[in-house]
Design a protein. Structure first.
Length: 215
């Protein structure tokens, strides 16, 4: 699918032509994040996500690290019909968060992506709520809707810039198997490029400074 969002995917607000989802977008907030820095809470204040009770079930796609299947464009119809939800918790406290209790029917993992949020900038996979939701939208083909959510944050555009190549490669896949294959190829390519960059560094002559001197 191209970047043009169809009427069945999203609609525009009459007030400011803002693109909004026509399907439910929600989150479980485990109150583990700094409320001043939490992207999920900002989305909730903007009424772009709905808060769910901790034990409340959600019928659509749920982005959670406990899932066993990777999100792919094949999940678009489920997302459009039943919605998209994310878990808002601290990465530092992920082990103590009762994620298994959510027991979603359509639990999904996101493939390899690099965070652009100020707290985890440059770190692989440690996405904020808005990055996770937007990545899922982008991968299934709702690119303009994804950009609309990211536009609520001053750093939001950086997420698509950092992940431009791999996001578009994921969006061109058909199913989770192709997503995983694309992820593996991309990571291998990045590792090879990093090795190439290291080998290109100049060799410096040994220093005459005594090893016990302070650097």
């Amino acid at each position: 699918m191209d970047s043009n969002t169809h009427e069945s995917d999203a609609s525009s607000s009459e007030d400011d032509n803002e693109i909004v989802a026509t399907f439910p977008v929600a989150m479980w907030d485990f109150n583990q994040c700094d409320p001043r820095k939490c992207s999920g809470r900002k989305l909730a204040r903007l009424r772009l996500v709905k808060n769910l009770k901790i034990k409340q079930r959600f019928p659509g796609i749920v982005l959670t690290p406990t899932a066993t299947k990777c999100l792919s464009p094949d999940d678009k119809e489920i997302m459009l019909g039943k919605g998209l939800a994310v878990v808002d918790c601290s990465w530092a406290r992920i082990d103590e968060t009762p994620l298994a209790a959510l027991n979603p029917k359509y639990g999904r993992l996101l493939p390899f992506l690099v965070a652009a949020n100020p707290i985890n900038y440059g770190r692989p996979c440690q996405l904020s709520c808005v990055e996770a939701l937007s990545a899922a939208m982008y991968i299934v083909g709702l690119k303009e809707l994804a950009r609309s959510y990211l536009s609520k944050f001053s750093w939001g555009h950086s997420f698509c810039e950092l992940n431009d190549e791999i996001l578009n490669r994921y969006a061109a896949c058909s199913n989770s198997q192709e997503i995983l294959s694309t992820q593996q190829d991309y990571i291998l390519k990045e590792q090879q490029q990093q090795e190439k960059d290291r080998n290109a560094l100049p060799d410096y002559p040994p220093s005459d400074t005594s090893s016990d001197e302070e650097c």
